[in-house]
Design a binder for this molecule. Structure first.
Ligand code: SF4
Ligand code: SF4
Length: 452
């Protein structure tokens, strides 16, 4: 029997990751990252809980040198479904995938391979390919409106971002006293999923029960997020029983593996474009993948909601919330209204910040939390790098998304023509009744998991 005393325990029923004991060399990297970076490993006692606690972030898989820990793969299931011609497979791609996927094919780190990626997905058999930068813009519309309302009513502040499912699960288990502070908006992938099975289905005249939604994400926790019981609002809206808003999540690594197995010559693929609607995002949607990106995107739109003015070109970049520091702070002046914000880059730093807030050592209006250091560009499902190259790779991916933002003509979510159209035709206005029903969610106190 192998001695595996240094590994992090993983439950067989974990929705996102698994461990193959035969491949383990007992190096302890997984336990180290879980205890010291993610902090989960040191926040519970297995002797008391009886079961491992996990927020599905996949950082242990990223660190594992032998592939002993890896994501639970779903691409073979999707491959099979694609052959069933009665199904319409809609693949949606998260912002951070495009600046990392190329690494798997020897392309320089941080290069945006969006066009080739869309082309590869069509070759793999997707009926439609949509862009979750649209879902990110939709998230911003809802979240910025929610923030403005909370500030005006001085209620449930600070507001915490809610697009990182690992952070949401962390708060539900370890800090349930903060649940009313979490933004109620769903993440971009969940907004995209529910919108595809309702609005998009109507636009394309497809029966929602024939749609299979597949998300390509940099993140293993998204595999858990789509299985949350409440992610079935498309079922409630359409009346179709057992409909899930999203059906499968594949990581960036899984997509690369699938492309390689099909012998697709990725490097020489012609560039292709996303389908529409739900195929257009702004620079604000693109930078969602970076630490500080959700905050910056939200501030660009919140500024407009409060002042009814566009930010001048030289003020559109919020430099104070950019960069790889663990904690970033800024005070933003919205025509006399001073808004205090903070960004926690990685769960270790989020924990420090939360403990200060609960001890009343600081106060903010709005806080971004991302589990993974660097943001989604460094998610648990991204191409692996060596420890030596790790920081440089993150920087290059971050730069890749900021460069994309600079190049885009529209850089604020409220100017996305597809966002304007969807509010005109379907959602009415941000935080409307139908938007609340389909684009917002609820959280539960899960601290009971800490006791047997
Ligand atoms: S997925 Fe994250 S929380 Fe779960 S064991 Fe791995 S590092 Fe820890
Ligand atoms: S990182 Fe991988 S090889 Fe090392 S102890 Fe953990 S599971 Fe085993």
């Amino acid at each position: 029997m192998k001695n595996l005393d240094l590994v992090i325990p993983i439950d067989k029923e974990n929705e996102s990751i698994e461990r193959i004991d035969e491949k383990c060399i007992n190096c302890g990297y997984c336990r180290n990252v879980c205890e010291n970076e993610i902090t989960v490993g040191r926040m519970y006692d297995l002797g008391i809980t009886g079961r491992p606690i996990c927020i599905n972030c996949g950082q242990c898989a990223n660190m594992c040198p032998t592939e002993s820990i890896q994501e639970k793969m779903d691409y073979l299931k999707v491959k099979k479904i694609i052959k069933d011609k009665s199904k319409i497979v809609v693949v949606s791609v998260a912002p951070a995938v495009r600046v990392a996927l190329g690494e798997e094919f020897g392309i320089e780190r941080g290069t945006n391979v969006e066009g080739k990626m869309v082309s590869a997905l069509r070759k793999l058999g997707a009926n439609y390919v949509t862009d979750i930068t649209f879902g990110a813009d939709l998230t911003i519309m809802e979240e910025a409106k929610e923030l403005v309302t909370r500030i005006k009513e001085n209620k449930n502040l600070p507001q915490f971002t809610s697009c990182c499912p690992a952070w949401i699960k962390y708060a539900e288990i370890f800090y349930p006293e903060l649940l009313s502070n979490l933004s109620t908006v769903k993440s971009p992938i969940s907004m995209q999923g529910v919108t595809i099975k309702t609005y998009f289905a109507k636009q394309k005249n497809i029966n929602p029960k024939d749609i299979i939604n597949v998300v390509i994400a940099p993140c293993t926790a998204k595999k858990y997020e789509i299985k949350r019981k409440e992610m079935n609002d498309s079922s409630k809206y359409t009346g179709v029983e057992n409909l899930r808003d999203n059906d499968y999540v594949l990581t960036t690594r899984e997509l690369a593996k699938w492309i390689k197995e099909e012998n697709i010559d990725f490097i020489n693929l012609k560039e292709d474009k996303f389908d529409s609607p739900l195929g257009k995002g702004t620079g604000a949607g693109v930078i969602f993948g970076n630490t500080g990106g959700v905050m910056e995107a939200a501030l660009r739109t919140a500024y407009y909601f409060i002042t009814q003015k566009d930010l001048e070109d030289d003020k559109i970049k919020f430099e104070d919330v950019r960069g790889m520091q663990g904690l970033k702070e800024a005070q933003v002046d919205f025509d006399g209204l001073k808004v205090k914000v903070a960004v926690a880059n990685g769960m270790k730093n989020a924990k420090i910040l939360i403990d200060k807030i609960l001890n009343k050592q600081c106060d903010y209006h709005f806080i971004e939390v991302m589990n993974c250091t660097g943001g989604c560009i460094a998610g648990g499902g991204q191409p692996k790098t060596t420890i030596i190259e790790n920081i440089e790779t993150k920087k290059k991916r971050i730069e890749g998304l900021y460069t994309d933002d600079e190049k885009l003509e529209k850089r604020v979510s409220y100017k996305n023509p597809e966002i304007i159209e969807i509010y005109n035709k379907f959602y009415g206005e941000p935080n409307s009744k139908i938007a609340e029903d389909l684009l917002h969610t609820t959280y539960k106190d899960k601290s009971y998991l800490l006791n047997k």
